[in-house]
Ligand binder design. Structure first.
Ligand code: BTN
Length: 267
């Protein structure tokens, strides 16, 4: 049970929730949102589930989704070129971080879009997109739709999530009490609306990302294409790639997962 009614979400009157589905249990809100997107659902479709039995994380990982968390996916149809789709994850991370601060949780963004509190993960974001056909004057491929999934460890104890290999926290642990999930949805939708609304001004979004991040300045390890790179996270490029200062020069990391290294560890 989400404890959230569709009517209550409708009353939020958010352009990100023009069409809303609330399920007690679902395999994955991400998969349901994609099904709706393929069937032509409107920009601003929101799918919520109390429990996910097949929640998916990045890199094909399982995402534990028991009752008490906020598991949601949005269908977005931004009017822009498919090559700009990667902006959605970092833009969403800024919106989600601001929503968490609004409810009293001082979250920081780990590149590119994990939300951490005191180094422990509280929320994961999964953005998946589908490009349409080329068209228009520049004959560029347009974005058909993007599915933005947000998995928030809300009214849970970390042990409920059954994750052994990562440090996890929850809103309940951070605040010392549960929150109304509808209040959380309200904060998320309003902040995501603002941030996604200025995605074309990505420099401004990245400035906010810099203010809210916990990666820049850290020594990090990246595994990509079968190799491991270690270096210091120095800055972002204009499209949000991570610039690592390594012994053999600056390396640009476009995607993947990084590990923050403890002082004295690695590079
Ligand atoms: C990550 O790996 O950090 C991203 C996790 C994203 C999980 C959310 S929960 C709602 C939506 N439905 C899914 O199956 N996954 C996303």
């Amino acid at each position: 049970m989400t404890g959230i009614s569709r009517v209550a979400v409708d009353e939020l009157d958010s352009p990100l929730a023009r069409f809303v589905e609330v399920h007690e249990a679902l395999a994955s809100t991400q998969d349901r949102a994609r099904e709706l997107a393929r069937a032509g659902t409107t920009d601003g479709t929101l799918v919520l589930a109390g429990v996910q039995t097949g929640g998916r994380g990045r890199l094909g990982r399982h995402w534990g989704s028991p009752a008490g968390g906020l598991w949601m996916s949005l269908v977005l149809r931004p009017e822009f070129e498919a090559r700009l789709a990667s902006r959605i994850t970092q833009t969403a991370a800024v919106g989600v971080a601001k929503a968490l601060w609004e409810i009293g949780v001082e979250a920081r963004i780990k590149w590119p879009n994990d939300l951490l509190v005191g180094g422990k993960k509280i929320c994961g974001i999964l953005a998946e997109s589908s490009a349409g056909h080329a068209g228009g004057p520049a004959n560029e491929r347009r974005l058909d739709y993007a599915i933005l999934g947000v998995g928030m460890n809300a009214n849970l104890d970390p042990a409920d999530l059954g994750v052994r290999d990562r440090e996890i926290t929850t809103i309940r642990s951070e605040l010392g009490h549960d929150i109304y999930l509808l209040d959380l949805v309200r904060a998320l939708l309003s902040n995501l609306e603002v941030e996604l609304g200025r995605i074309r001004d990505f420099g401004a979004v990245l400035e906010e990302w810099r203010n809210l991040n916990c990666t820049l300045g850290e020594n990090v390890r990246v595994r990509r294409f079968g190799e491991t790179i270690e270096g210091q996270a120095v800055d972002l490029t204009s499209e949000g790639a991570l610039l690592l200062g390594t012994g053999s020069g600056t390396v640009e990391v476009f995607e993947g997962e990084i590990e923050h290294l403890a002082q004295g560890e690695g590079a």
